[in-house]
Ligand binder design. Structure first.
Ligand SMILES: [Zn+2]
Length: 236
């Protein structure tokens, strides 16, 4: 193999590694996961707001419920006392008066209980609907996370194998040429060499000036002209 072939093999290995690395960092599943997480954040905020609106109404309802229960017990106990009473007329009248008073309070308390119950229903529905919308998204998030983990692990294995192959190809390139290649790669990224395709460097995609094309064509075998734009070694 000529030095040009060795360099080309190394360039192709580096380009392949770059493609797989880029693929690993830009999986479509990652973009979808970001969208799903954004939707879940929005729903979490909506849920918090709905729960904040619900909490005081539920508290008031429970308070009215407790109060109604207390009054109901009191009313029943007074009615029992009245039924069993052998008290005189004045005491009986006082007892009847108290029974009537407690029943009035109980009526009002039960009305409040019903009012709060009606106020609770739509707020409860909002909370439930937010939870229902979030549920499938939570499932999708887990599925995406698992898929991304698997894909990245597979691509990681592939990169490991490509790295070994790359090391073999680099070992085949003579030391000074390899140093020039690695220097160009460190500056330009992706690879340290490029090919001229229709008058353009296929590393940076910039067209070479006609004079540079002439220089490149005239360069002796085994020497490599750097691209005037990106510095990658231009392969014949
Ligand atoms: Zn270039």
């Amino acid at each position: 193999m000529s030095e040009t072939d060795d360099l080309r093999a190394l360039m192709e290995a580096d380009r392949w590694i770059d493609r797989v690395t880029s693929q690993r960092g830009h999986l479509p599943e990652m973009a979808e996961l970001e969208t799903v997480e954004g939707e879940l954040r929005t729903l979490a905020k909506a849920l918090k707001e709905a729960q904040a609106a619900l909490a005081p109404v539920r508290g008031a309802f429970e308070e009215a419920e407790r109060e109604a229960n207390r009054l109901r017990t009191r009313s029943e106990s007074l009615a029992a006392t009245l039924a069993a009473s052998t008290a005189n007329a004045r005491e009986l009248a006082a007892l009847q008066h108290e029974v009537a008073h407690v029943r009035e309070l109980l009526d009002r308390s039960e009305d409040r209980e019903v009012e709060y119950l009606f106020a609770l229903e739509p707020l409860d529905e909002v909370v439930q609907s937010v939870k229902e919308r979030a549920q499938p998204l939570v499932g999708r998030r887990s599925a995406l996370q698992a898929a991304i983990g698997e894909l990245q692990s597979t691509l990681g294995d592939e990169l490991g194998a490509l790295g070994d192959e790359r090391a073999n190809r680099a070992a085949a390139v003579a030391a000074p040429l390899l140093a020039a290649y690695e220097g160009a790669k460190a500056r330009a990224g992706t690879s340290g060499a490029a090919q001229v395709d229709a008058g353009r460097c296929d590393g940076c995609r910039i067209a070479l000036a006609p004079l540079d094309v002439d220089r490149w064509k005239a360069i002796p075998a085994g020497t490599f002209m750097p691209c005037p734009e990106c510095g990658r070694l231009l392969l014949p």
